[in-house]
Design a protein around this ligand. Structure first.
Ligand SMILES: Cc1ncc(COP(=O)(O)O)c(C=O)c1O
Length: 240
């Protein structure tokens, strides 16, 4: 029997699309990772050592800079950068309200005060026109973050018309598609950081109710992408 285009592409049948699936990628890299891990075990160099030095040199070259320093994680990188600049108690550091909480954590950990600035409605990065209002004599640095932004490839964030985001998320879930929200509240609206709330951030607050992160990872299959696109279209059309 001849299959229709829809049957061939599988768009009629339910697919499971995890938000993040790294197993296929790990399968491809398994031998490389295993031999690097075994070399580290053999040399018992777990902190610093030849492999870290090699990585630092390659990464510096890749970034076209003179030096790179390997650290344990992104939060440490932010904290150490602030400390290297001598930032601490009585200092203020400006950052964007809709970043990941690690940005604010590092500022507080350094002893300084985070000052949150609203997001730009188009780019979703820090609104450069609102930075000046946040500058005081205590301002020592600005951390403009790209990670929570719509234009960055680590998350595929879409903005859904007001009131439809949760419905779309539920519809996708019912159809086997996992999604995420990055992030459900701007940092100054979280209990841990509300005491730092100074400037109003209406754009970041509005976006928090509209954003939805769709599945995206290197090994996602074309069929899965098409399936998600079709579901999003169907939902938006049926609720228009
Ligand atoms: C914007 C941003 N900054 C900092 C971090 C912290 O990185 P790590 O989890 O490696 O400490 C993250 C982690 O997701 C992040 O998204």
């Amino acid at each position: 029997m001849i299959k229709t285009t829809q049957e061939q592409t599988g768009l009629q049948s339910r697919l499971n699309v995890p938000f993040m699936e790294l197993k296929n990628e790990h399968r491809l890299l398994r031998e490389q990772i295993r031999s690097a891990w075994e070399a580290a075990l053999d040399s018992a160099a777990f902190v610093g050592g030849g492999a870290v030095e090699q990585f630092e040199n390659s990464f510096a070259q890749f970034c076209e800079v003179k030096h790179a320093v390997g650290v344990a994680n992104g939060t440490d990188a932010l904290l150490l950068a602030l400390k290297a600049l001598g930032i601490g108690v009585d200092d203020e550091v400006i950052t964007v309200a809709n970043s990941f909480v690690a940005t604010a954590e590092a500022i507080v950990h350094a002893g300084a005060t985070p000052v949150f600035v609203d997001a730009d409605p188009k780019t979703y990065t820090i609104d450069i026109n609102k930075i000046e209002d946040a500058i005081t004599p205590r301002t020592k640095a600005i951390i403009p973050v790209r990670n929570g932004s719509i234009s960055v490839y680590h998350l595929y964030v879409v903005r859904v018309e007001k009131g439809k985001r949760n419905g779309l998320q539920e519809y996708l879930r019912e159809n086997g598609v996992q999604t995420g929200i990055h992030y459900p509240a701007p940092i100054h609206r979280t209990p841990a950081f509300s005491r730092f709330h100074r400037q109003s951030c209406p754009v970041a607050e509005d976006h928090a109710h509209k954003i939805l992160s769709l599945p995206m990872y290197p090994e996602i299959e074309r069929l899965q992408v098409e399936y998600v696109v079709k579901l999003v279209k169907d939902y938006m059309q049926s609720t228009a």
